[in-house]
Design a protein around this ligand. Structure first.
Ligand SMILES: Cc1cc2nc3c(=O)[nH]c(=O)nc-3n(C[C@H](O)[C@H](O)[C@H](O)COP(=O)(O)OP(=O)(O)OC[C@H]3O[C@@H](n4cnc5c(N)ncnc54)[C@H](O)[C@@H]3O)c2cc1C
Length: 444
């Protein structure tokens, strides 16, 4: 080890939560020395990628919204909110947010150390301090840094500090540096980790398997407005069950929005949000097969009534699919017809009550069977992480290791799309900073 330095506070991870903590701490307690250790060659990589490059910075409905807005105001990062509650930087540039936040933290006096991958944190209770060990890679090269480590390692260093903020994120988007290091570090310090799983990502479905008819691939590339619902399948054998001996649980999740059909299954914000409700316990025999998704493609009306009315006024030669085409895109209408078992070109006036019922079921609860949830590379957040039973909610301080703070996505908290996950990162970073500032400078 080449040297041991001393700081009041070490922040592990220069992402959303780490940078917010650094800036807030220096604003509240200018005399407190702060070092931020970031394994990438630059801080805030994930912030840059957030909101498709626009950074959905918070939401008017997010916990701590006023505090978050006040924080960005103080830093000179101007935001604007939209009617749907989403808040973006005024410039709509995620890069601006990452750069300004890092620049402000640095101007306020925090020391940002990039290409520094923390490998070990030792708690030394007798000396009331921590020793954070990190390996430094060749600065500026950043080779391989995004994959979860710096470029060629040149030396190991350590910092002794009175407090440590673990802000190294979860496992979603490993290309931004979040490869789950925080779980190992927290576990070493005695914390329990709720198994992390990827969420806010697309869902692959069995209807896309090549032998499935009709095949979901016919829908690939199409977007439509609708409502997705999630149920759990329960194997039963009674009169409430369907032909396959399946019964469905109460509704687990429902959301209206844009459904995107991709080359492997379902995507779109409402589908992303659904993944947060698809946890299962493998050790207890659970699997994704337990779930069933339905899509209502005409949530504004009843397609059965619509069809019946059209039959009364049918033009000579009018086909069944023409009625569906008035509310559905062409390939979706064809898929729905095939799903309902009605051949294309069938005359509208030939449809009987059973056909109309089958079309109604297909349009209003088109069924999809999840086969897998897209992995970490596609996920925007992590469900699971450091158990909340072991973290003080007001200060983010560990209840097991005094002086250790756990913020952001590393803790077992996840939220829907819409600026809520970044809000959690900013807010928990700020709360840890506020608590440390009081401890460091009790007179303030
Ligand atoms: C593509 C994408 C888009 C998103 N868009 C939005 C959005 O618009 N709005 C929203 O609310 N949420 C969004 N999210 C989620 C949001 O970005 C995260 O929830 C948030 O960044 C988590 O903040 P954090 O500080 O906990 O972790 P991060 O911001 O992920 O930061 C953790 C940092 O720790 C560093 N690190 C990890 N291990 C070590 C180590 N051993 N040593 C040193 N440093 C380490 C990492 O390199 C990283 O820089 C998005 C996520 C993704 C992947």
């Amino acid at each position: 080890m080449s040297s041991i330095r001393e700081y009041d506070v070490v922040i592990v991870g220069g992402g959303a939560s780490g940078l917010a903590a650094a800036a807030e701490l220096r604003m509240r307690s200018p005399g407190t020395s702060v070092a931020v250790l970031e394994k990438n060659s630059e801080p805030g990589r994930k912030i840059r990628a957030s909101g498709s490059g626009r950074c959905n910075i918070t939401n008017t409905a997010a916990e701590g919204y006023d505090e978050i807005i006040a924080f960005f105001d103080r830093l000179g990062i101007v935001t604007r909110s939209y009617d749907n509650g989403l808040v973006y930087p005024y410039s709509e540039s995620a890069a601006d947010v990452a750069e300004l936040l890092a620049a402000r933290a640095s101007e306020l006096g925090a020391r940002l150390i990039s290409d520094a991958e923390v490998t070990d944190i030792r708690s030394c209770p007798e000396e009331e301090c921590f020793e954070t060990v990190y390996s430094v890679s060749q600065s500026g090269r950043g080779k391989g840094a995004a994959k979860g480590g710096g470029g060629s390692r040149i030396r190991t260093e350590a910092i002794r500090s009175a407090a440590v903020i673990l802000a190294c994120g979860g496992k979603a988007g490993p290309m931004f540096g979040t490869t789950g290091d925080g779980y190992r570090l927290a576990r070493q310090l005695g914390h329990r980790i709720v198994t992390p799983v990827p969420v806010l990502t697309s869902i692959e479905c069995r209807e896309w398997d090549k032998d499935c008819r009709p095949n979901g691939i016919e829908l690939a590339g199409t977007r439509t407005r609708g409502k997705v619902s999630l149920y759990k399948k329960e194997r039963v054998n009674n009169e409430r069950s369907n032909n396959e001996g399946e019964e469905f649980s109460d509704l687990l999740f429902e959301e209206a929005g844009e459904i995107q059909f991709t080359k492997y299954g379902l995507s779109g914000i409402c589908v992303f949000n659904m993944t947060r409700h698809m946890r299962y316990d493998r050790s207890a025999g659970g699997s994704l097969d337990d779930f069933c998704i339905t899509a209502d493609l005409f949530a504004d009306g009843d397609i059965r009534e619509f069809i019946k009315k059209r039959i009364e006024n049918a033009f000579p030669g009018e086909c069944a699919e023409h009625v569906l085409r008035t509310v559905l895109k062409e390939n979706i209408a064809e898929y729905v017809m095939a799903y309902a078992g009605i051949s294309s070109g069938r005359a509208l006036t030939e449809l009987d009550d059973r056909d109309i019922e089958a079309l109604g079921a297909a349009v209003h609860s088109l069924r999809f069977t999840p086969s897998s949830i897209r992995g970490w590379k596609d996920a925007q957040a992590t469900s699971g992480g450091v158990s909340l039973d072991e973290i003080c909610p007001e200060t983010c301080e560990s209840l097991l290791v005094p002086g250790l703070y756990i913020t952001g996505e590393l803790a077992d908290r996840d939220y829907p799309c819409g600026g809520f996950n970044l809000s959690n990162a900013w807010l928990t970073g700020m709360r840890a900073a506020a608590a440390i500032a009081v401890k460091m400078r009790p007179e303030q």
